[in-house]
Ligand binder design. Sequence first.
Ligand SMILES: Nc1ncnc2c1ncn2[C@@H]1O[C@H](COP(=O)(O)OP(=O)(O)OP(=O)(O)O)[C@@H](O)[C@H]1O
Ligand SMILES: [Mg+2]
Length: 320
Amino acid sequence: MIAKQLEKEFDVLVVGELNVDLILNQINKFPEMGKEMLAGHMTLTLGSSSAIFASNLSTLGSRVTFAGNLGHDNFGDHILSSLKAKGVSTIFINRSVKQNTGATIVLNFDEDRAMVTYPGAMKYLTIKDIPDQALHQAKHLHLSSIFLQSGLAPDIVALFKKAKQLGLSTSLDPQWDPAEKWELNLSELLPFVDVFMPNMTELKALTKCVDLASGLSKLQPIANKIVVKNGSNGAYLWQENTLIHQPSFLNQEVVDSIGAGDSFDAGFIHQFLLGKPDEECLRFGALTGAINTTRPGGTGAFENLAMVKAIAQSSFNYIF
Ligand SMILES: Nc1ncnc2c1ncn2[C@@H]1O[C@H](COP(=O)(O)OP(=O)(O)OP(=O)(O)O)[C@@H](O)[C@H]1O
Ligand SMILES: [Mg+2]
């Protein structure tokens, strides 16, 4: 009976940004001011690092809830229904009548892409929007894209500290800083972050170091686990002076790599919460990152668990 009362409803509380991606494909040149051009294909899909992470983590089998902000508009409806369809709880998502839901317009041209993001409601998420109940009901806190969330940034240390005090484990994927200022109080924050998950460029920018070794040694006194993603070169895990490298699962036919980092995070955290050793978490993260690149967008390969397993076996000869 007591054990039942203590059982938490969610494995992971994701705090973060929510927006749609409007992806325009098959354009034959970059747009020019004052002129109109046509795209051959258009997709409206769930965007944002945090939402892709939450959605794919839920597909893998973790129980996920989300705290974030949406507007009262069609894009907000689309995001809510996409999350619900993947089994993500949306009870801690606020809807504002004052702000619109954010959107990223993606122009895909050859192998390259240009993006413009309107942050909208996500900018106004503050620590007050994350009720204690949300933290009490989860075993783990994950936060992504802190530089897109100016309303939350001043309180990020307080949020992670509170989560640790309540007994949650924690992870943070900082993601890119569009302002390229990289102002994050790492020495205060990282002691409360169990798994810090930047990519290689972000690690270098945040530490103002030129390579992996110097970046890691700078964080050594303050960090717990550091996981560094490096695209098709795989990923690294560093803890207590031990560095593990996981090569990527070779994908000969990459469709796109939108959300590969978030899918990596989902695979890693799913295994981490099952208590698996570092090597297994890292390998599974690399697998789910590679699986992400076999279908369009961040969630295309994660429709359901059967699909993820089928791609793992057929594309990477991996059975789970
Ligand atoms: N082309 C690829 N082939 C195989 N695996 C890949 C490929 N690209 C990424 N991965 C896997 O996914 C992981 C995460 O990708 P990446 O390093 O691009 O993260 P990121 O830069 O954080 O991405 P995001 O733009 O989604 O935030 C890599 O460490 C790797 O294991
Ligand atoms: Mg990333």
